[in-house]
Write a protein that binds this ligand. Structure first.
Ligand code: SF4
Ligand code: SF4
Length: 56
């Protein structure tokens, strides 16, 4: 299953640089993950200061 970013996201951008497959981009009010690209590595969850990304 792909990871998703919750509304807790503060748009710091840290996760975008960590994603090995460039699945993360800035969305409207928060960052978003392309579920078809995400390989569920968990790197975004590891770097996020507010714990916004989680596996769905
Ligand atoms: Fe990218 Fe990995 Fe996060 Fe998926 S789980 S969005 S592949 S960093
Ligand atoms: Fe949002 Fe967390 Fe990514 Fe920062 S690291 S943009 S708070 S999901």
């Amino acid at each position: 299953m792909a990871y998703q970013i919750s509304d807790e996201c503060i748009s710091c951008g840290a996760c975008e640089a960590e994603c090995p497959v460039s699945a993360i981009s800035e969305g409207d009010g928060k960052y978003v993950i392309d579920a078809d690209t995400c390989i569920s590595c968990g790197a975004c969850a590891g770097v996020c200061p507010v714990g916004a990304p989680s596996e769905q």
